[in-house]
Ligand binder design. Sequence first.
Ligand code: NAD
Length: 281
Amino acid sequence: MILIDGKKAAAELREKLKQEVFELKTKYNKVPGLTVILIGDLTPSQIYVRNKEKSANEVGLKSEVIRYPDSVEEEKVLDKIEELNKDDTVSGILVQLPLPKHIDKQKVIEAIYPSKDVDGFHPMNVGNLSSGYESSIPCTPLGCYLLIKKIEPNLSGKKAVVVGRSNLNGKPMTQLLLKENCTVTITHSKTKDLKAECSKADIIVAAVGIPELVKGDWVKKDTIVIDVGINKTEKGIVGDVAFDEVSKVAKALTPVPGGVGPMTIACLLKNTIECFKRSLK
Ligand code: NAD
């Protein structure tokens, strides 16, 4: 079984991006800039944002974090986004989710120019991705996709099963696999027989949020299994895949932690650089 080392893959990607930023700086005398807006003091969000800032600095991006208290008015956030939209030194804008209840998430997402939407959540980017056009791609599915391609460069005709249909993970993952000519089945909480669906898959991507949902006897021996889940349990952080069982049968599997997670942030940096390059055109 191949244990897919997301930490190593992310470090390699960051190294490549660092070189790219250096070359862009040499050629254009400017560097891509990422601005993150963080509202409130939720600990996981604080940790994510700190890691994003650290990684951005590491590859040489210009990075800035704008912090607001929980009580900030929606209008103030929207005004700031508008200011950043017009700022040429800002290539990418990310508003860290979740947001306080009084702020309309969709309004915030749609306020960001699609050309600066490094999360790929703007309806314009969602539509472009599903139409097969150039777009920002949500970071976690992009990371999963890059890990799958490392194991199997030619995905044409493969049967892929995506477990979970969130806008964040499942749906964009499906689009990426379709683009690679996979035959994709998207499953969700109302799917009748998840085991039967997974049993046919050459590729399984599990993004559900249920600890160890995908079992060993759901997986064929040549299947690539990507585990997006991050679940806090009594035995620590576990994924959506029963690691001990599945690692005995699958061809390749991502661990949790150390699989998809590190790739997510590296892909955010990649998206920022892509936004910068598109802005030069
Ligand atoms: P979500 O709650 O938005 O969506 C979960 C999806 O799972 C839904 O579409 C639902 O229909 C489906 N589902 C629920 N029960 C099911 C069942 N029994 N069988 C099949 N499908 C079922 O979740 P999300 O935001 O997509 O996150 C999923 C997991 O990924 C969570 O554990 C989250 O913490 C993790 N996550 C990890 C990263 C990372 O970087 N590794 C990033 C984002 C989210």
